[in-house]
Design a protein around this ligand. Structure first.
Ligand code: ATP
Ligand code: MG
Length: 358
């Protein structure tokens, strides 16, 4: 079959194990495209990250938005280094892109994977959730400041901003996501008992958007109670939506409950499709294992599969994930999952599975 579609992807490996897992993923996706022959894909390397910052004083180039807009999507590794404060690296790269590109929906599928062990008591020996995080404002709006620095009476404010526009669009996206899944179940997480402005607005908007989705069963839950429910009644959950801060925390909890952070993927989407969306593993730069060749590439493989789905290559994405699952089921795992393989060993095994597709 001749190639029909052609995609250009910005590859932003970043720091720590980012380059290791991104290069592993490019090998696998290029192999998939070549083997299936149903689409072409090309990755361009973009060197943003801490090394770039140390050279230029900035984490990204001046024209970073124009640069990215030339691509169909971005595949990102990780950002952060031991000798740069995390808030500088995070705001310098990821948060600098998410806002202007309006990547307002952060989507994280959480599923127990072959080779990982869910520590919970569940009917299906694992969990299968979809987490939707508001990614453009809220507690991470970056508003606030410090006064009387260094004085005993120093004060700092961190102002959370919640707008009707941003809540409505993420709520609609979350209801659509829940509607597209078999169980059609959504939990809206807030903390509207103690945060009496912004999160009461969340509750109000949830109730009003819900009217457009009569086939979706939904409930709302305070974030503290939700942590208890995730551990105690995992089978009662399917799709979850919440604020930037709440879902940041719940998604790490969810990844740990699913079995491992080394397999958790994430998508930063512009659902209007005016801008390229960015796909990245949930884990960070993990300097403790950087350079040892043992980083688990599965989270980035899965992120690339989510990217292929977003680009319209659902079939290729499903094939990629079935190859990855076969490899994990066969026990070819990196040390974080109790295996003895290294990163390249997993790549080679997945490529061998891909070869069997034809
Ligand atoms: P960040 O500050 O960006 O969150 P981090 O260095 O704290 O980055 P995390 O991603 O939070 O790293 O991961 C915590 C630990 O989990 C790492 O130090 C590492 O030991 C392990 N880990 C994370 N990702 C992977 C991976 N892909 N493969 C193997 N181990 C991993
Ligand atoms: Mg961390």
């Amino acid at each position: 079959m001749s190639a029909t579609k052609s995609y250009r992807i910005a590859s932003i490996p970043g720091d720590g194990i980012g380059p290791e897992v991104v290069s592993a993923t490019i090998q696998v996706v290029e192999k998939l495209a070549k083997t299936l022959g149903t689409f072409d894909i090309e990755f361009d390397h973009i060197p943003w990250g801490t090394a770039y910052y140390k050279e230029t004083g900035k984490y990204v180039s001046e024209d970073c938005l124009d640069t990215l807009r030339k691509y169909d999507a971005g595949l990102f590794g990780a950002v952060g280094a031991p000798d740069v404060p995390d808030h500088i690296s995070l705001w310098g790269l990821l948060l600098a892109l998410r806002g202007p590109l309006q990547l307002y929906a952060n989507v994280r599928p959480v599923k127990t994977f072959p080779g990982t062990k869910c520590p919970l008591n569940t009917a299906t020996k694992g969990i299968d959730w979809m987490l939707v995080r508001e990614n453009s404002e809220g507690e991470y709006a970056g508003q606030g400041g410090r006064s009387h620095v260094g004085q005993p009476w120093e004060a700092a404010t961190e102002v959370a901003i919640f707008t009707r526009h941003a809540i409505e669009r993420i709520m609609r996206f979350a209801f659509e996501t829940a509607q597209s899944r078999p169980r059609k179940l959504l939990t809206v997480v807030t903390k509207s008992n103690s945060m009496r402005n912004g999160l009461v607005l969340w509750d109000e908007i949830a109730a009003s958007v819900a009217k457009d989705f009569p086939d979706v069963t939904w409930d709302k839950m305070l974030v503290d109670a939700m942590t208890v429910r995730m551990v105690g009644k995992p089978d009662s959950i399917d799709t979850i939506v919440g604020t930037n801060l709440h879902m940041d925390i719940l998604s790490d909890l969810a990844a740990a409950l699913a079995g491992s952070i080394g397999v958790a993927p994430s998508s930063n989407l512009d659902p209007t499709r005016k801008n390229p969306s960015l796909f990245e593993p949930v884990h960070g730069s993990a300097f403790d294992i950087t350079g040892k060749g043992v980083a688990n590439p599965v989270a980035t493989f899965w992120s690339a599969a989510e990217m292929l789905i977003w680009l319209g290559e659902k079939d290729a994405a499903a094939k990629l994930m079935s190859c990855v699952e076969n490899v994990c089921s066969a026990g070819i795992l990196t040390p974080d999952l109790g295996g003895t393989s290294n990163t390249q060993g997993v790549v080679d095994a997945v490529c061998a599975e891909i070869e069997k597709l034809i």
